[in-house]
Design a protein around this ligand. Structure first.
Ligand code: SD4
Length: 432
């Protein structure tokens, strides 16, 4: 018979104690991990401007929103993007049913939400991102160039080429916008742009750097075909933000730009036809021919830039300045949030500071698409007549997520998207 040495602990008991200790350690550890994860999730800030509180944004269930989702789905299919996963579809459905809901409506304070709602929102955002065919939180998504109208496609392609060749994002946006500026077939931008009521081509442009939070812009610039490049030099070489008219022209000459006529035989002919029309001055009330290029871009690493160039509304009153060269209207860029641009009736849009409004809505947690829609809804809410307005907007956030929307079918924005080496033309979502 074996006599156990009682001065030593019973090995079977020791084993049992060890097992109990290990198990309780494991339970403790797993509980700790859960608590840490919970704290992380709850304190996770979707944007930098929510004062540390989690929130969700309102995703209204009115008609426009339903259209937005179906249209985004349609676009994603058209673009050949992979269909959304089951979870993403379910979350998208929840959004359209209004089950993920509430909280912000134009500037109202954000309210805290419980973890469950917040997680739902994260799922919702992920779903929308998945619908658009990209990871929702991608930070290394690579550069993205997003531009208005058909002329945006060659502009994006040039911008991507410049960027891939080692140019900065500002270089890329500037050189990209130079493409339609140089193209006489584009009658709303640069050379070949339709003139003002006196037959003079007056150009507006602006470019904004999200890192420095600074812009350069020119208004009513004549005889210089690349106003975006002059705007860039206002940004780089002066402490000013905007130069206008004769002063902008003289600055351009000083910077080495060659003066030249911007009227083409075609644009001259169109102006003469307009002049010959009885009551041709109806342009005072109804905008004619305009399709500005607005470009927003990110380098995929959190830097954003916005650029815009236009000849403005055809037959405008000499001296008229549209929204395009105005900081916060035609352009806005903030590396903390994202960037936006606009195209359409500048006399209407200037009153809504479209681009800054979109970026600020994104800062409060909205996706770029939702922020664009919110701006349009706000315009209609303040004046129902705006639903017939010519308004279109684009936006990108620092994660490379995009938004593109227009008010109605009368002015249905087609936008160009360059991402991952792929250049596409897509149709934007309409509010009405
Ligand atoms: C303007 N917003 O001068 C410009 C014109 C434009 O699409 O964007 N047209 O009002």
């Amino acid at each position: 018979m074996m006599v156990r040495d009682t001065s030593r602990p019973d090995p079977s008991k020791t084993e049992a104690i060890t097992v109990v200790m290990c198990t309780s350690k494991a339970i403790y550890l797993s509980a700790l991990i859960r608590v840490l994860l919970l704290v992380k999730v709850v304190s996770c800030k979707p944007t930098i401007h929510n004062q540390g509180r989690p929130f969700i944004m309102r995703v209204p269930t009115e008609e426009g929103r339903g259209e937005e989702i179906t249209s985004t789905l349609r676009n994603s299919r058209k673009a050949g993007l992979s269909p959304p996963s089951k979870t993403a579809r379910r979350a998208t459905q929840q959004i359209s049913q209004g089950r993920i809901s509430s909280l912000h409506d134009r500037g109202e304070a954000m309210e805290p939400v419980d973890r469950r709602s917040f997680l739902k929102t994260v799922a919702g955002t992920a779903a929308l991102a998945a619908v658009e065919g990209r990871p929702s939180w991608a930070s290394d998504a690579g550069p993205v160039f997003l531009s208005t109208w058909l002329q945006g496609k060659p502009a994006n392609e040039r911008a991507a080429e410049i960027f891939k060749g080692g140019g900065s994002l500002l270089d890329a946006v500037e050189k990209g916008i130079n493409v339609p500026e140089n193209d006489p077939a584009v009658t709303s931008v640069g050379y070949g742009g339709l003139p003002n009521a006196e037959g003079v081509v007056e150009l507006d442009a602006a470019i904004m750097d999200g890192t420095r939070h600074r812009a350069g812009s020119v208004c009513n610039l004549h005889m210089i075909k690349n106003p975006i490049s002059v705007a860039r030099l206002v940004l780089e070489k002066t402490r000013h933000t905007t130069l206008a008219g004769e002063g902008a022209f003289r600055f351009a000459l000083k910077m080495g730009f060659e003066p030249r006529t911007l009227l083409t035989p075609e644009s001259l002919k169109k102006w003469q036809e307009w002049k010959a029309r009885p009551q041709h001055e109806t342009f005072w009330l109804t905008p004619e021919n305009h399709d500005t290029i607005g470009m927003v871009a990110t380098d995929g690493k959190g830097h954003v830039v916005s650029g815009c160039s236009t000849s403005g509304l055809a037959w405008k009153i000499p001296g008229r300045v549209g929204d395009s060269p105005l900081v916060g209207c035609g352009v806005y860029a903030d590396d903390n949030v994202g960037t936006a641009s606009a195209t359409g009736d500048g006399d209407l849009m200037t009153n809504y500071c479209t681009s800054v409004s979109i970026v600020h809505t994104m800062a409060r947690g909205a996706s770029p698409q939702e922020a664009c829609m919110e701006l349009l809804r706000h315009m209609v809410k303040t004046d129902a007549k705006n639903k017939d307005g010519e308004v279109a907007v684009i936006a990108i956030n620092t994660r490379g997520e995009i938004g593109a929307a227009c008010m109605n079918n009368r002015f249905h924005l087609k936008y160009a998207l360059w991402r991952n080496g792929e250049s596409q033309l897509l149709e934007s979502v309409m509010l009405i």
